[in-house]
Design a protein around this ligand. Sequence first.
Ligand SMILES: NC(=O)c1ccc[n+]([C@@H]2O[C@H](COP(=O)([O-])OP(=O)(O)OC[C@H]3O[C@@H](n4cnc5c(N)ncnc54)[C@H](OP(=O)(O)O)[C@@H]3O)[C@@H](O)[C@H]2O)c1
Length: 248
Amino acid sequence: MSEITGKTAIVTGASRGIGRAIAVRLAKSGFNIAIVDACPLEMSKDCEDEVKTLGVEAKAYQCNVADFEKVGETVAQIAEDFGGIYILVNNAGITRDTLLLKMTEQNFDDVIAVNLKGTFNFIKHCTPFMMKKREGRVVSISSIVGLEGQAGQVNYSASKAGIIGVTKSCARELASRNITFNAIAPGYVETPMTAVLTDKQKEAIFEMIPLKRYGQPEDIANAVNFLCSADASYITGQVLSVDGGMHM
Ligand SMILES: NC(=O)c1ccc[n+]([C@@H]2O[C@H](COP(=O)([O-])OP(=O)(O)OC[C@H]3O[C@@H](n4cnc5c(N)ncnc54)[C@H](OP(=O)(O)O)[C@@H]3O)[C@@H](O)[C@H]2O)c1
């Protein structure tokens, strides 16, 4: 039996985009996958089926990551269904982009509630299970704009910078329990989230990418997989940029 056989990974926002690629990549490494998403369960079915074809267990759960109590119930159910939790990937995220002048309180609160508090909610409810087994891996998806800021994304960049703070503080608090916390800062990745940008915006971004290609969900998934692997057991509290060299 390999050292990861039977271990479970929770991936939030896994029905599509980067989250789905992460679920599939971790399944290829042999992890069982709990697919968490806010959408109705039917919409997570494709991801669930794809993961199952890779020979591991998979189950989808409908849960709004911003809902503290629902997250608690969902995590408890996952732990019961799979017999424990080894990996948590905080991937669910939203944007409500607009310039500060036009940004409403609701725009700000919605993004913080999902991206930042959602990350806290899952960490808060998952870590007791990891502490009990004295092992765990938490990878949270931040963003290049959490490092650099971005006009039109005061809310989003605040949430993504906040994820970095949460990651580093948790890394310090729980290192003694053999739980690592790292963040990944993607640049521009082709997903439904970025499909709304205009061609002009996409071209401007392309010019800023030294490696001269847009990121793919698999680029992020490979980095998550590395941070969850035995090869990364001595890495904690780090932010790994996966952005074709945009942020150096
Ligand atoms: N794409 C990029 O260029 C890029 C760059 C940097 C960082 N990121 C980050 O990478 C992560 C994934 O982004 P993506 O591009 O794959 O976005 P996406 O295609 O929009 O997917 C986001 C996923 O999160 C889910 N989600 C949204 N709100 C949720 C909630 N309240 N509770 C549970 N699930 C929720 C969505 O499900 P529903 O269908 O239910 O809405 C969807 O499955 C996000 O955190 C994003 O900020 C992306």
